[in-house]
Design a protein around this ligand. Sequence first.
Ligand SMILES: Nc1ncnc2c1ncn2[C@@H]1O[C@H](COP(=O)(O)OP(=O)(O)OP(=O)(O)O)[C@@H](O)[C@H]1O
Ligand SMILES: [Mg+2]
Length: 325
Amino acid sequence: MGKTSLVKHAIGSMRKMKLIYIDLYGIRTLSEFCARVMRGVAKATEEMSFLKKAVQFAFRLRPVIAIDPRDGSTTIAVDAKAAAEPDSLGAVMDALEKLAGDKESCVVFDEFQDILRLENSGTILAEMRSTIQFQADTPYFFMGSVRNDMMSIFDDMDSPFYKSALTFSVGEIDRAAFSKFIMQRFAKGNRRIAAPTIARILEFADGVSGDVQELCEALWETTEDGDEIVLDGIRPALDLIFSRERGGYEVLCERLTAGQSTVLRALADEAKAKPYSIEFVSKVSMPTSSIRRIISKLVDHRIIYPLGGYYRFSNPFFREWLLTQ
Ligand SMILES: Nc1ncnc2c1ncn2[C@@H]1O[C@H](COP(=O)(O)OP(=O)(O)OP(=O)(O)O)[C@@H](O)[C@H]1O
Ligand SMILES: [Mg+2]
């Protein structure tokens, strides 16, 4: 929780260390992978000479440097067709290696597990592994938010990345420290927030930093300078979030089958519901085998995920909204 922030903050606080940050969220093709790597490279290199060099290394991808007229930042676009060629991966990994080797750099792949969505991901992982293992001086981070997928990359004996990295799980931010932080931030804006309100926020968000942040932002929007924020203040904040996100929730609901909808609503009904318990089975009146199939689909769609013996909603606001329906 708070992985991306943590790594960016840690590397940002190391003087001289250059961060090459590559976000693989939602990639579908090799060509997208290459484009994301080059985007990360471009972002890390504000100096044009450096960027030009990166472009040379990846010349096989027919890269084009573009300058964003809005803020003057530079980006690299790669030719989609050239980037889909089998040797394009070698080209971007080369560019990455040369660049990272030139300065003290740290390469971060975020949402790394999404590489598994690529066709022939096994070959791609193998090739990445074989280039990375010779770069003794460059630290690499592979971050991911889907635990099972990350484990299949790093802990499966058949995977090219098997035992190639140290595993570090980022747990919840200490609640006492988080409470203090929230209180101070509200105080800075001349608002007092009561301790039970903060406890409720952390409980609602299960301590997930992004969800805590979203709820606090809505609380901020729905209160005024000088206010004292009590428990009752949470409802209007949730309503604000619902009004922003309702469209997305509705689309999600429309895509659910009748069975999925029944199981999901039953899960929402009760905190830490156990979907294979006698009560749950009788509540949804479905055979356990169907529940199992449906749960696995809901997990596939990343609507819920398993957490310590029960299933948690990836988006607690969506769960809360379901309850109001
Ligand atoms: N140490 C922290 N203290 C306070 N707030 C934090 C902290 N770390 C993260 N946050 C808040 O949580 C938000 C989400 O954090 P971040 O994007 O780093 O999480 P993540 O684990 O990478 O999430 P995801 O799995 O969605 O990628 C940040 O935008 C920030 O507002
Ligand atoms: Mg992240």
